[in-house]
Write a protein that binds this ligand. Sequence first.
Ligand code: GLU
Length: 327
Amino acid sequence: MIQKIDKQAVQEALEMAYDRCKNETGGKNADYIPYLANVPSDLFGIAACLPDGDVVAVGDVKYRFGIESVSKVPTAILAMNQYSGEEVLQKIGADATGLPFNSIMAILLEKDHPSTPLVNAGAISACSMIRPTGDSQGKWQAIVEFIADLAGSPVEVIDELYKSETATNFNNKSIAWLLKNYNRIYDDPDLALDIYTRQCSIGVTAVQLAVMAATIANGGVNPITCKPVFKPELAPKITSMMATVGFYEHTGDWLFQTGLPAKTGVGGGIMGVVPGVMGVAAFAPPLDEAGNSVKAQKALAYISLHLNMGVFGTTRCVMEEKEPARA
Ligand code: GLU
């Protein structure tokens, strides 16, 4: 069964989600990275990007916040695009660890592979894979250009955030070198860690996250620039990874409740992919105990349920213009 939605319906859903969630006071900013503790806690924005490139948005959607773990998604796609899905599966894996995103225990338990590029260990490993290896500047260029292509607009590092993360990333240093011990780092560990730290420090807006998600939803073609950014067969691969581990240890609960493959970051951003339909994103800094934005997850859950966007349902939403021909 097909349920048709249009831009107006999406706009209304975003506005209703905003109104319902704007007074939510739960959670607190991440504070293990000092910069994040000082981001104004009341910021809140929601955006969606539709297949024709139309963007609908409400709230603080132009504020640049730290992309953090959401950056693991583009780097995983880039690694699969440069190598192949199979090679990333073999070198890193695609399993949820069931443990916190920065878990060292997870590496010790699964020493044969870092599990998934969407937790810290796998993301540092993915950064080590990105070509050209051994060339920090070249690697960085490849990543930042790829993210800009996904977003359809330039992105850059928030310097203060990068310095703040670099000064405090002791746990990630341990991860990088432990991976080296298990031959799961494919470049210099310190170089890979620095690239990872820089990519987490990139500033993005909620609109940019929504466009990135829409590019994935659109099979790798950016709906605004119309540029093919990555191989179409990788869209379901990355979406499955997001579905498996995107909400840290709460991923199963999230997927059960919403059916929306999504990836969160400790900067307060969440990006959700509705394959073939749209990209949606929300941003609000205060996080729950697992590291997921409290307001952003409530808003996206509301939108997903209200528009019936869950990917496992038998009633499937499609955009009005994209209704498939009936047999
Ligand atoms: N840069 C953060 C870290 O490595 C990202 C964490 C996240 O957003 O999950 O701890």
